[in-house]
Design a protein around this ligand. Structure first.
Ligand SMILES: [Fe+2]
Length: 350
């Protein structure tokens, strides 16, 4: 039976090869189960919360904007350069960047202008400082195109986490100021449903559409400013409701499953939910590392529970085997002070 023996030997060799290769492949791309994110870190003030973030042992850390405070007063960019230089000396900040892979987007204060948008004249200089500080390689597409939007996918098939980092600054149209004096604790802007105004700009919208059509099991869409929250009058997608409707429509028409929004900027932590085209959409806001606002009067029509107004960071725990994701706002001690568990099946289009 020489032929049968040859076949058996070939099968045995193939099985040995598979056994050798499979663990190596898995080891290179394990599923993410513990993701942390944070925003609003003023480099001139102590940042003791990093110890709790380190204790959480994140497998990925996302900086959601206002990662330094460096509003500039001239093209020299001295304030932003100094802000990054100072941040690099903060021990906790440095340790966390060594402990886990890091992704980042920016908000207004690392863009260089409070509430700044497309008309900020120094955005190219700010972009160079951002890409250098976050050690973005020379051949990365972000260095060759406008803006800093970026996406990466982690984990094996069936357990893929796609992280989509939006740039809500480079292309954003001017916002409409409220004509009435704002109420105490309310922000200065009023929603303007003008379809000519943009949050992302045409190129980033086209890129986002392509990203949502990539295979992924969980999609963390990081927007520095809040997406689902409304009514507080500060910056957010609520300022441009036609753009928010476009975003929610895009998620529905692409059939993208597993979307969760991560945001910062507001100096409180909170959870939000809003009906989407295919399933309920959730947002976790974590802000900030050391910039907080205990009296924040978030109007909160979409909010789940109260805001948390002390130092906080956000976490996303994924239990792939139980089919559930847990969002938590965590205190300076690492305690989950606001949390919600969501079945992954609830993030699939109906
Ligand atoms: Fe901000």
């Amino acid at each position: 039976m020489p032929v049968a023996n040859d076949v058996l030997r070939q099968i045995a060799s193939a099985l040995v090869l598979c056994a050798l290769l499979a663990p190596a492949a898995a080891a290179q791309d394990p599923p993410l189960t513990r993701i942390a994110f944070a925003s609003c870190a003023n480099q001139t003030k102590p940042q003791p919360i990093w110890e709790a973030v380190l204790d959480y042992r994140p497998e990925l850390l996302i900086f959601a904007g206002d990662n330094v405070y460096g509003d500039v007063t001239s093209a020299a960019m001295a304030e932003l350069e100094a802000a990054y230089a100072r941040a690099a000396t903060i021990e906790g900040y440095r340790k966390i960047r060594e402990a886990a892979p890091v992704l980042a987007t920016w908000d207004d204060h690392d863009f260089g202008a409070n509430d700044g948008g497309a008309d900020f004249p120094h955005k190219e200089a700010a972009k160079r400082l951002f890409l250098d500080f976050w050690q973005v390689p020379p051949d990365d597409p972000r260095r060759a195109r406008a803006g800093i939007y970026h996406a990466e996918t982690f984990g094996p098939e069936g357990m893929r986490v796609q992280v989509v980092l939006l740039d809500t600054r480079t292309f954003r149209s001017p916002l409409k100021a409220a004509d009435q004096p704002v109420a105490p604790g309310q922000g200065p802007y009023t929603p303007e449903p003008d379809p000519a105004k943009t949050m992302l700009g045409a190129a980033q919208w086209a890129w986002l559409r392509a990203q949502l059509m990539q295979p992924a099991d969980l999609r963390l869409i990081v927007s520095s400013v809040q997406v689902l929250a409304e009514g507080h009058g500060f910056e957010g997608w609520d300022n441009l409701p036609a753009e928010r409707a476009k975003l929610l429509d895009l998620i529905a028409v692409t059939g993208a499953a597993g979307v969760l929004f991560l945001s910062g900027d507001r100096h409180v932590g909170a959870l939000y939910r809003r009906p989407g085209g295919g399933y309920d959409l959730y947002e976790i806001t974590s802000s900030g590392i050391n910039m907080t606002w205990a009296d924040n009067r978030d109007a909160g029509p979409r909010r789940l529970g109260a805001v948390y107004g002390a130092e906080n960071f956000g976490t996303i725990d994924v239990d792939w085997w139980a089919g559930a994701v847990r969002l938590a706002v965590r205190s300076i001690n690492g305690e989950a002070v606001r949390e919600i568990a969501i079945p992954l099946a609830a993030l699939e289009p109906r």
